[in-house]
Design a protein around this ligand. Structure first.
Ligand SMILES: *[C@@H]1O[C@H](CO)[C@@H](O)[C@H](O)[C@H]1NC(C)=O
Ligand SMILES: *[C@@H]1O[C@H](CO)[C@@H](O)[C@H](O)[C@H]1NC(C)=O
Ligand SMILES: *[C@@H]1O[C@H](CO)[C@@H](O)[C@H](O)[C@H]1NC(C)=O
Length: 281
């Protein structure tokens, strides 16, 4: 530890011999990620320090004269491992591990190299749910045009972007398509020529993607295509609903009435029972 402090002081004073661009590393939640030190050819590493810089600076791993140490009080305690090639391995990566790491390398001649790496952690996109909502006008109007809202939701995944396509390869014309909620919702006006068409939603992030397909016209047909069936069904509802309300009202009224009667009877019985007791006194 004392040796490390000396080394750290030394490194803070001496500016790195060569500064390189920050390397971007992508991690996946729950998996391991390797952060390479990218040692130059012929650079005989004697000491190395891996630090996590942001949001709070933490010491993650050191290599000093042949021995590696990773048991420092950092968020990576118990999850970090320093390989002999000075690659830092973080296992069971979490979203909060995203941040900047630095590696300071010192060779046997006292020269230094600095490496900066930015780790971005993502959760894998999974289980897309596609749903179709038909508008009220589509259901009651003619079967020629059908307006639908398609929603696409991933069960998990961070930094997900949604995009839509048609299986017939046609570009989504903005005359009859609109996107809402950053692509989560697609509104489409379908014509008779769109009966066969399916829409594909693709949800993607830096580490994964999922896609799902749905044929929206089927949902229009269910409402407007079989118009007669819908009409019959509605007629039944028109009659059945008031009828059932009436029946319910009668039943409730009857129940209330009988309860009132039995209540009266009970009080009457009580009065009858109390009368003889009162009489002899
Ligand atoms: C360093 O070692 C680890 C573990 O053996 C290996 O997975 C990784 O590919 C190595 N990296 C380089 C740059 O050699
Ligand atoms: C991912 O989303 C988070 C939270 O919205 C944001 O802080 C982060 O910058 C995003 N990462 C990328 C690479 O876009
Ligand atoms: C959608 O717009 C395209 C281009 O403007 C047009 O060719 C197509 O007929 C439209 N479809 C409907 C159902 O209006």
């Amino acid at each position: 530890m004392v040796a490390w402090l000396v080394l750290a002081l030394f490194l803070h004073k001496a500016p790195p011999a060569t500064a390189r661009a920050t390397v971007k590393v992508t991690g996946v939640v729950g998996r391991a990620v390797l952060l390479g030190a990218d040692i130059p050819l012929g650079f005989q590493v004697r000491d190395a320090i891996w630090r996590y810089l942001a949001p709070a600076e933490e010491l993650v791993a050191t290599y000093f004269r042949g021995s590696a140490e990773t048991l420092y009080q950092s968020r990576f305690y118990g999850r970090s491992r320093l390989h002999s090639n000075l690659t830092l391995e973080i296992s069971q990566v979490e979203l909060g591990d995203s941040g900047t790491f630095s590696a300071l390398l010192v060779n046997t001649r006292g020269q230094t190299e600095t490496r900066m790496l930015h780790l971005a952690v993502y959760e894998v996109v999974s289980q897309l749910t596609l749903q179709v909502f038909t508008s009220e006008s589509s259901r009651s109007g003619s079967a020629r045009v059908c307006e639908v809202f398609l929603t696409c939701v991933a069960a998990s995944g961070t930094n997900v972007t949604y995009s839509w396509g048609r299986t017939d390869g046609k570009v989504l014309s903005m005359d009859n398509h609109s996107l809402f909620e950053a692509g989560l919702v697609l509104w489409a006006k379908l014509g008779p020529s769109d009966r066969q068409v399916s829409y594909t939603c693709t949800a993607a992030n830096a580490v994964s993607w999922e896609s799902a397909t749905i044929a929206p016209w089927e949902h229009c047909q269910r409402e407007t295509g079989a118009e007669d069936a819908v009409y019959d069904y509605r007629n039944i509802l028109l009659i059945a609903l008031p009828l059932s309300v009436l029946v319910l009202a009668v039943v409730v009224f009857g129940l209330l009435l009988s309860r009132k009667r039995s209540g009266k009877q009970r009080t009457k019985l009580l009065l009858d029972a109390s009368e003889p007791a009162a009489a002899p006194v």
